[in-house]
Design a protein around this ligand. Sequence first.
Ligand SMILES: *Cc1c(COP(=O)(O)O)cnc(C)c1O
Length: 433
Amino acid sequence: MDNTQTLTDQYPQVKEMMAKKPIFWKNPDYGKSADLPFSKEEIFDAVARWDRFAPFIEAAFPETANMHGIIESPLIRLDKMKQLFNQDHQTAIAGSLFLKADSQLPISGSIKSRGGIYEVLKFAEHVALTKGDLKPTDNYAILRSPKYKQLFAQYGVMVASTGNLALSVGIAASTFGFKTTVYMSRDAKEWKKAKLRASGVNVVELDTDFSSVIPKAREAAAKDDQIHFIDDEGSRDLFIGYAVAGVRLKKQLDDLNIKVDQNHPVVVYLPAGVGGSPSGVTFGLKTIIGENIHAIFCEPTHVPSVTLGMMTKLNNEISVFDIGLDGKTAADGLAVGRPSRIAGKVMRTLLFGSTTFQDPTIYKYEAQLMDTEHITVEPSAAAGFTAIERAITEVPDFNSENATHIVWATGGSMMPESERRVDHAKGEALLKS
Ligand SMILES: *Cc1c(COP(=O)(O)O)cnc(C)c1O
């Protein structure tokens, strides 16, 4: 991208992004009609697949027993956090505040348990139906038998990840018995690598930044047609796995008698890295819940890759490095300089807008969430809180008493205690300063 002048002329906010200023971008195409490359049927097909696998999951992962093998997170009301937020900010939240605690999802403790595990299930089912003698009406717990383990051992699963996708794919795939390899950059968290190795996963560490890890992994996987590569930059299965959240959240809102209509908007705040998980979730929410639920993406000022791609409509053809940013952030799930091939395109008419934040603020919210609600999330997962003030001040409808704000906490319950304490201290120092 040698023509940043043209870009900044056409999209003045690019200039603010280049200066690393926090921005609020309102999507001019929001709500227009568009042909989407995914359908509602695909979401329900995925829900049915998760249901078929529930007996397998319940048997393989005892922590899912209370949910009978369904992997879902709680929707938690944050009254104390809202009170604290309102003391700290000029504009108070008039509506109610909730946390969608994907940080507590089984297996990876992150939103990646939605997409990553779903893609592994879909691959396992394909192998078992076409190369084994599984029937869709069978109890899928039989996939734990030695016969199927031997079958799965002839196949491989590969993925490249900054951390959480590796955990979800790695643990799920190795549980089936697939030969499982994850590619990570050397700076990925040590405890995640250790956990994967303990599950029998082959962890390949590369001494490069993350953007070159995915191509390396893709290349390795392409050499062997028995290997299924999970592509965080453009997988349809990952996307649909995330979209199932729409069905699940609808039920949770119904159960809490939370209305969603023109006078009762719901605003959902989602951190974006490559853009796959927030886009898949948003597609699910818009498809299942409709026009009165609104999604806002949150990205670091140093890595606003999805925002830049969508604003300029260049999507994955532009990276944050092209506008002179360094792509560095403490929010390691969000440190992706180039967006996914599908996210921005599918989000063109579905995303309300996006915001960017300065790194330190996420530590502040992470610490406040620990202090007020005793909930642990990782830095990336606190990003949603940074967008609320901009949203309620710039969109008056969102600051009605009838509005519901949902911060999507994308990960963190499996973070070791030592790391949790370090993060808390960082947040506390900022709160005192
Ligand atoms: C992966 C991840 C994200 C962002 O998801 P993308 O699909 O990369 O946009 C946000 N938070 C956490 C904790 C994650 O692991």
